[in-house]
Design a binder for this molecule. Sequence first.
Ligand SMILES: Cc1cc2nc3c(=O)[nH]c(=O)nc-3n(C[C@H](O)[C@H](O)[C@H](O)COP(=O)(O)O)c2cc1C
Length: 376
Amino acid sequence: MTKPVDILFKPFEHGNIAVPNRIVMAPMTRSFSPGHAPNDDVVAYYRRRAAAGVGLILSEGVSPNATTATGTPNVPNLVFDEAKAGWRKVADAVKAAGGKMGLQIWHEGPYRNAKASEHPDVPSWSASGFKVPGKQIAEPMTSAEIEIAISEFVDAIVATKELGFYCAEIHGAHSYLIDSFFWRETNLRDDSWGGAWEGRTRMAAEIISRARAAVGADFPILIRLSQWKQQDFNALAAETPAELEKWLTPLVEAGVDGFHLSQRRFWEPTFGPDVAGVGGDAHLNFAGWAKKITGKPSISVGSVGLSGEFTAIYGPGGESTPASLDALVDRMEAGEFDLIAVGRALLQDPEWALKIREGRTDELMTFTKDALATLS
Ligand SMILES: Cc1cc2nc3c(=O)[nH]c(=O)nc-3n(C[C@H](O)[C@H](O)[C@H](O)COP(=O)(O)O)c2cc1C
């Protein structure tokens, strides 16, 4: 049985966030920006999704500096004049198509491939030099480097606003720079940037509060978080709801407007039923817990409309066929979370949201790895 999908197309408004429907395009790195500058193909790629009814587009990860932030060729930055000019065209095109869009600011930290970068001799940054627990690849960041990283994030958020985007998202997930500070297993610092949650959240909180002071109250600042780490999908950075509260509260106090909670399958609960403090909420996913704890708008994600999860694309096959949205509709109608991000289904098919809205389910497409090879 297929349920009506009206809830997905209800406008959403909370605080400074107002979007015409609940569908968010998930940030997806595409590496199609030669010289780190998005070109006209990138402009057309985002314009197509805006024109076909996505409520909010979040860009692929964008680097806040041209040295330590990425080792991935053709990843766009927000530093070079040409890159800024390209992003301005994207912002204009999405607006002209009636859409709303934010840039995701992404510092790869310890996961940067230094050898593939233009600066192979510059050490990669992270809280304590760990890429995974027990594997030190560099020296811990100095306090001066932490200050530079914070200013670069703030500058990128300010540039995002100046270029005409609707919002900015800080990439604080998936083991990258900011996440290396959050997780106790990779942040072994004994200064004010480490230790308990207050220290481990300080870098993100500083970015948020300084950016807030610079962009004003109206410009939405989101942060993406994940419990999982790249080498361990079962990791729990926060093991209990009480710990999650200690993670999120400093970010709320710093002035964040919404949370984007990354998981591979949106229907999976975050905490087991026997975990202290879970009580009758054992069904809640990560976005559900963030909304319950903070009351802030929350975005969920993970295998929406597809049969398999996203890391499978790096293994053999990597295909995912269209799947029912019934379970998603149930959770959204219950108000568990507010918005839903869609990755591969929208990468494969710019018209995915329109087809869902119009009930054209027989036209939904299978996701195949081939979709990664072009920017259509
Ligand atoms: C090709 C590709 C690139 C991605 N790049 C990013 C990225 O730059 N930033 C990010 O936060 N997540 C990234 N992700 C994760 C997606 O945002 C999303 O969380 C994931 O694909 C799950 O959603 P889906 O099951 O709807 O595809 C990427 C995923 C894919 C498939």
